[in-house]
Design a protein around this ligand. Sequence first.
Ligand code: UDP
Length: 399
Amino acid sequence: MSVTQSPQEGKKISTPQKILIIAGTRPEVIKLAPVIRELEKYPHHFKPHVIVTGQHRELLDQMLSSLRIEPDEDFKVMEENQALGILSAKVLTHCHHLLARIQPALVMVQGDTASAFCAALSAYYFQIPIGHVEAGLRTFNKYHPFPEEGMRILIDSISDFCWTPTHVGAQNLKQEGIADHKLFITGNTVIDALHLVLHQTKNVVSQNLKAIDFSKKIILVTVHRRENWGDNVQAIFRALITLAAQHQDVEIIYPVHFSPTVRNMAYSMLQGVRGIHLVEPLDYISFVHLLARSTFVMTDSGGIQEEAPALGKPVLVLREVTERPEGVTAGTAKVVGLASDQILNEAEKLLTDPKEYNSMANAVNPYGDGNSAKRIVQCLRHHFFHDCARPEPFTTNQS
Ligand code: UDP
């Protein structure tokens, strides 16, 4: 084993540890990017090896280039409308060969997809340690969101490092019997990514948004979750149509996910409706700047529920339950369910009742302080090299 000098600590440390990082979807790339950047600051400690599985091919390429990440390998497992079982088998097979070849010191996965679980399972078969970024989120309903709730529980149960964003996640993990030494409250790395973009990039209005009248109130909408496909999506869209008809001073902007199921429905119901702008998915930098300019957000996304409170943007959560209760507790997010009338009613309140709006438009950071990636990497340095203490946990006023 070769020995090198660490410039940070002036200590002798062993060969850099290979950290295998696996990402398949847009939010995984966004939330792992700050960790990859942080690992790269310690070239004598760590050698990150980044794999993309390629589920959401176009979204992934867009995110990788906007966050300037070059993957080392691509599994290319994407096929349209692929069953979860088929996708899982492919990812598991690819991971088997990869792990046998590169034998990393740790496999790092993020969040709640089937591919994240399969990568973790593969590492488990090889008895390689597993680190889970964004551990501990729960709705306690295994089909909402589906398959994410199940995937999270399964990943956490075999992980050696459960990096959970908040004390709520830590509580959930403890209740499932996860030992204290595996648990680290880090904050959510999405807030690190948000900070990076806001501080290091300029707002260049994307070509996709040239038709928007920014003197009007902007409502930012995203809808794509699998459990909302079908009747729920239609109910959401009916509410948007009525909202646009009743409020001429509003521009509704909906970057439509590439998922064909949602896309077909969005274009068949909403295309050409005055006040509603269907645009292509935005690169992360454009999206964050648009979020910063919006009045409020209506979304079924997980990540956006975390980002919007940091910018003081009220969020109407288009779901029956959320695994991110911190925003609701902080008063910036409301779970409005999936009935058209109810969605419309809550949006109307935010447009017409300043008291209601102001009570939700508080900039709070229940999900992170921008130092989550630092805590995760510190945790790994402590584990592999003992050249620093375990990180202090992320805390908020709510903790
Ligand atoms: N996002 C983006 N461009 C868009 C829509 C969303 O960059 O057009 C980002 C958003 O800022 C958030 C992430 O994508 O960080 C959320 O991804 P998504 O809603 O696909 O997944 P979820 O968070 O629900 O798992």
